[in-house]
Write a protein of this length. Structure first.
Length: 576
């Protein structure tokens, strides 16, 4: 009974079958709660796919995490061999056996020892296994591997009958069991019968493609339960097995309106939210040497200064090389490492296949719990997969990061090739913000121009900025539109200098004209003052003549009147 991953959460809420958690990261998610409780599960696969380790981890995690003792009955490897094999994973089987949390029982199976009257009989095995279960109160059981019980048996009727007896006996004991089996040529197991009597069948696969090793897990069937049906990559490392479930296919992720700084003030100003949305994905693409890693380093530096936990995945340069290079532009990443806010995860793309890289990234993020992640550069992953495979991987990674509300920045190398164009177009359609750095070549110089190709959910500048890397950090400068078009670098500086010189000359010329006008104004004003003085002098002279004439006229009038009076004798009488 199967269902797509998109319905996993809904299905789990309505689950009626009791389940046992395995403790294996990711497996409990795709089984929606673990293996069927009290029922047998078949784990099959070819040699080297991890069946024994898978079942051992099921036993150990049950004892350590869920307080469920377990019995591991091995038919191939002895107890000391098994203990030595898992020491590198941090599992101390000898200590667990002393504490009676785990019992390892090696059984050498000989056909003649279990054959009675010409027929197979597993009663002796049941007695021995039952004693082991009762001795520690086991809740979990592993039988590794089942082929050894029936080696050389050709009677299919007896085989089917004994398989049913074995599986039914395990159910009656009420233990959650894992039975491992080798994969057949055209069947899941060599006998081709175990999968039919098992309640749950898990297929492990180990394949090599283009000289890259990849392990995958698939739940073939699960009676009475919904489950994921895809192939899931899983990783075996120093911490055991990690399975990467395909995240939900529904587009119902939470989003944030909070902004996070890019680390470049001018770039923040080009976006209406003064930076990127928290939990968004950013792609920085450009040709070699354009400063993609520098932008990523500046982003990490600003995030760490804001007390954000950061994780840097490097696929091209070592952490020491990145730290040294960033120090040349005044970015001290070592200080953030020392403070515990920054961790590096560096590996060559050829170390794993694409899905193994995805599992490793997924696991590192789960362990570190960062709020900011950088992958530099994702185009190196094309060396271990096709463009479509890289895109599929990034879809799953972005989906996971959005679910965790982690802000991620990818860098991608552009080489002006068809493959790269497909990469840019394919990856850029997945991300929320796309920054592109292009070479601007003119006047024998190579300069950089930065564009914001898109930024979902916010207004952003549509202008190109000249991107300059200096010894004190990164700068974005407004490009200069000269008479011949866009000018950058020394051409821009020369044009600005020329215009500044012209402005000075123009200002100087205006100053000379102003001074000439002032001199002429002063001369004119002096002439006006002179003419005014002359006018006032003439006016005063005219006034003097007028007054003299008036006084003279008055005197003459008085004299004439006096003469008139004398002639009339008035003067003589008056004198007498």
């Amino acid at each position: 009974m199967a269902v797509t991953d998109a319905n996993e959460n809904h299905a789990f809420r309505h689950e009626s079958l009791q389940k046992t958690l395995t403790g294996i990261p990711g497996l409990d998610d795709i089984t929606m709660g673990g293996l069927p409780k009290g029922r047998p599960t078949l784990v099959c696969g070819g040699p080297g796919c991890g069946k024994t380790l898978f079942s051992l981890e099921f036993i150990v995690k049950g004892a350590l995490q869920f307080n469920e003792p377990g019995v591991f009955m091995a038919f191939e490897e002895k107890a000391d061999e098994l203990a030595a094999n898992v020491v590198s994973l941090g599992f101390d089987l000898e200590e667990l056996q002393r504490e009676k949390k785990v019992k390892i029982d090696y059984v050498h199976v000989d056909k003649s020892e279990i054959e009675e009257t010409g027929e197979y009989n597993l009663d002796g095995l049941f007695i021995r296994l039952g004693y082991a279960i009762d001795s520690i109160g086991a809740k979990r059981v592993v039988l590794d591997t089942i082929e050894n019980l029936f080696s050389g048996l050709s009677n299919e009727g007896i085989l089917r009958s004994e398989l049913r007896r074995l599986f039914q006996w395990l159910k009656e004991k009420g233990v959650t069991a894992i039975i491992t089996g080798e994969r057949g040529e055209n069947t899941l197991t060599r006998q081709g019968l175990e999968e039919y009597v098992s309640d749950c069948v898990i297929l492990l696969d180990h394949r090599v493609i283009n000289q890259i090793s990849t392990r995958r897990l698939r739940i073939v069937k699960y009676r009475g339960s919904l489950h994921g049906t895809n192939e899931y990559p899983f990783l075996i490392d120093d911490e055991g097995i990690s399975v990467l479930p395909v995240t939900s296919l529904t587009l119902n992720k939470k989003v944030s309106s909070e902004s996070i700084s890019s680390g470049i003030d001018e770039l923040n100003n080009m976006m209406s939210k003064n930076g990127f949305f928290r939990g968004s994905s950013i792609l920085v693409s450009g040709t070699a040497g354009t400063g993609k890693t520098s932008i990523a380093g500046s982003f990490i530096d600003a995030s760490c200064k804001n007390k954000e936990k950061c994780l840097f995945f490097a696929f091209e340069e070592s952490p020491a090389q990145i730290i040294r290079n960033m120090s040349s532009i005044n970015i001290d990443l070592q200080a953030h490492i020392d403070s515990g806010l920054l961790e590096f995860f560096a590996s060559r793309p050829t170390l794993y296949g694409l899905e193994m890289h995805l599992v490793a990234i997924h696991k590192a993020i789960k362990k570190s719990k960062p709020s900011v992640v950088v992958l530099d550069p994702i185009t190196n992953l094309i060396t271990v997969g096709s463009v479509s495979e890289v895109k599929a991987m990034l879809v799953r990674l972005i989906d996971f990061l959005q679910e965790e509300q982690i802000t991620v920045m990818f860098t991608a190398l552009s080489m002006n090739t068809i493959v790269n164009d497909q990469t840019d177009e394919g990856v850029s359609s997945l991300v929320d913000c796309w920054l592109m750095i292009k070479d601007i070549e003119s006047n024998g110089e190579r300069n950089r121009g930065l564009y914001i190709m898109k930024s979902r959910g916010m207004q952003h500048s549509n202008q190109i900025r000249e991107f300059v890397i200096t010894d004190h950090g990164l700068e974005l400068i407004d490009v200069y539109l000269g008479p011949d078009g866009i000018l950058t670098g020394s051409a821009r500086e020369a044009q600005i200098l020329q215009e500044e010189t012209g402005e000075v000359l123009h200002t100087n010329a205006l100053g000379r004209k102003d001074r000439e006008l002032l001199r002429r104004r002063k001369v004119l004003e002096a002439k006006i003052d002179s003419l005014r003085f002359e006018f006032e002098s003439a006016e005063e002279e005219l006034n003097k003549v007028y007054i003299e004439e008036e006084l003279k006229k008055e005197f003459m009038e008085q004299t004439r009147q006096k003469m008139t009076d004398i002639r009339k004798g008035a003067g003589y009488r008056n004198e007498k």
